[in-house]
Design a binder for this molecule. Structure first.
Ligand SMILES: Cc1cc2nc3c(=O)[nH]c(=O)nc-3n(C[C@H](O)[C@H](O)[C@H](O)COP(=O)(O)OP(=O)(O)OC[C@H]3O[C@@H](n4cnc5c(N)ncnc54)[C@H](O)[C@@H]3O)c2cc1C
Length: 429
């Protein structure tokens, strides 16, 4: 850590010099780790890093790295895949746009280009993330999955073991996301079904399903949008709706429903905002229960706050359900060789099944610190806004159930917190 200390005499009192020196030192630290990594891979020795190690190069990991960089604190991101934002690059379908307007999805310190539409496409979002990484000179270590991370009390450091090296650092930031692994449900008879079964993380477009009867299991935002995509490619989709679900229009009176809700919440209690949202939805979308989409007892915002369940923002699927082009099916009793038996006693044949059954965190599989994260769901035990900071230099970013907006809030808090410690250790130069 001595290399971080002041050695340059009078110059260090010049603020411009301090910023430049900090940036150069941060870059040097990362470069030295990369070269040490090469040696470590052959000699298997461990690598010490003076700043925080961030696990995961998704939007959350990038956000916290940028906030740290702005304060002159070097950080190192370790990413299991060979790219940033692997969820968006490798596991999302082609027609995906941001579900929320861009102003609610930007990372700290750098807005979206004004030329981008309100709901950027997946490609535009990825371009923004790449520009963000370039702007802040963020160069993750790719192709290294973190296998274990634990605090070594003797050393007073975190030991982070990856597929090819061991790193030691004073701070560990978990940024592996709420969507690290696909949830693959067990459905009776799954082994018997002769057609293709795939998770939405492997679905790209309806192109491959043209003319086929496809059963989409799950009616969240992904399930609803994939059903519409299949319809647009001349497939014959059916969507399984097992539980009650809130479907809301994406926009109300020309404003995004999300933005309007945030604004109303400043003035009105949540239950009242929910009533207004439901009234507007009824007016714009009609009675969804007549289409087989019962609404939950709790309003959309209250349900999200209590259970994390996100309402579906309709992008046109409801109209296709109403016209009968997309069929709504009840829960599946069992899969058969050529289709499915449903809970209401009906049966139908299908060529393929797409599981829009969501994702889960993978933190319990590698983080040995058990107090902070729940083993049950892999999320911090303390709910938002208190879930970002653990003990002994452990932090988490992006586990708020509030999307990129929540991740950005975490990233700023973490950088401020580490900054205090960094400065008190006299390492800011
Ligand atoms: C289809 C879809 C659409 C969404 N749309 C929006 C939206 O419009 N607006 C919004 O705010 N939110 C949206 N979200 C929710 C959320 O904001 C995004 O999922 C976002 O990508 C979360 O960023 P993250 O960095 O926390 O997690 P991720 O993007 O999942 O990134 C985590 C990274 O960690 C890596 N990783 C995991 N485990 C390890 C390990 N052991 N070692 C090393 N690396 C590891 C992963 O490979 C990944 O690159 C959407 C989610 C999905 C699935």
């Amino acid at each position: 850590m001595d290399c971080w200390r002041e050695t340059e005499g009078k110059l260090v009192h010049d603020p411009l010099y301090i910023k430049a020196a900090a940036a150069a030192a941060a870059a040097a630290a990362v470069a030295s780790v990369l070269s040490e990594k090469m040696t470590a891979m052959t000699k298997k020795h461990c690598i010490s890093f003076p700043g925080p190690i961030i696990v995961g190069a998704g939007p959350s990991g990038l956000a916290v790295a940028a906030c740290l960089k702005e304060k002159g604190i070097p950080s190192l991101i370790i990413e299991r895949f060979n790219c940033i934002a692997s969820l968006w690059q490798l596991k999302t379908y082609d027609r995906l746009h941001l579900h929320l307007p861009k102003q609610f999805c930007e990372l700290p310190l750098m807005p979206f280009p004004s030329s981008f539409p309100t709901y950027p496409t997946k490609q535009q979002f990825l371009q923004y993330l790449q520009d963000y990484a370039d702007h802040f000179c963020i160069t993750p270590v790719f192709n290294e999955a973190v296998e274990t991370a634990e605090f070594d009390t003797g050393l007073g450091l975190w030991r982070v073991r990856t597929t090819s090296a061991e790193y030691r650092c004073p701070w560990l930031i978990v940024a592996t996301g709420e969507n690290a692994d696909a949830v693959m449900p067990h459905i009776n008879g799954m082994g018997q079904f002769k057609g293709q079964i795939l998770h939405t993380s492997a679905y790209k477009s309806g192109d491959a399903f043209s003319g086929k009867k496809v059963l989409v299991v799950g009616c969240g935002n992904s399930g609803m949008e994939v059903s519409l995509d299949l319809y647009n490619y001349n497939a014959r989709p059916s969507v399984v709706v097992r539980d009650a679900v809130h479907v809301l229009p994406r926009e109300i009176l020309g404003s995004s429903t999300f933005g309007l809700s945030m604004w109303l919440l400043k003035w009105l209690p949540m239950r009242m905002v929910d009533q207004l949202l439901l009234l507007a939805s009824r007016f714009m979308l009609g009675d969804t229960s007549r289409l087989g989409l019962e609404r939950p007892q709790l309003g959309p915002l209250e349900l999200k706050a209590k259970s994390g369940k996100t309402p579906v923002l309709d992008v046109g699927t409801l109209a296709r359900i109403r016209s009968g082009d997309i069929k709504v099916c009840p829960g599946i009793k069992r899969l058969t060789r050529h289709g499915a038996d449903f809970m209401d006693g009906s049966s139908e044949e299908f060529d393929a099944i797409i599981l829009a059954t969501g994702y889960k965190s993978n933190v319990p599989s590698w983080l040995k610190e058990k107090d902070f994260f729940s083993d049950k769901d892999g999320l911090p035990r303390k709910p938002f806004p208190n879930g970002w900071k653990g003990e002994k230099g452990l932090y988490t970013v992006g586990f708020t159930k509030k999307g990129i907006l929540g991740a950005s809030m975490d990233a700023r808090r973490i950088a401020d917190d580490i900054d205090k410690c960094w400065k008190s250790q006299g390492q800011e130069q």
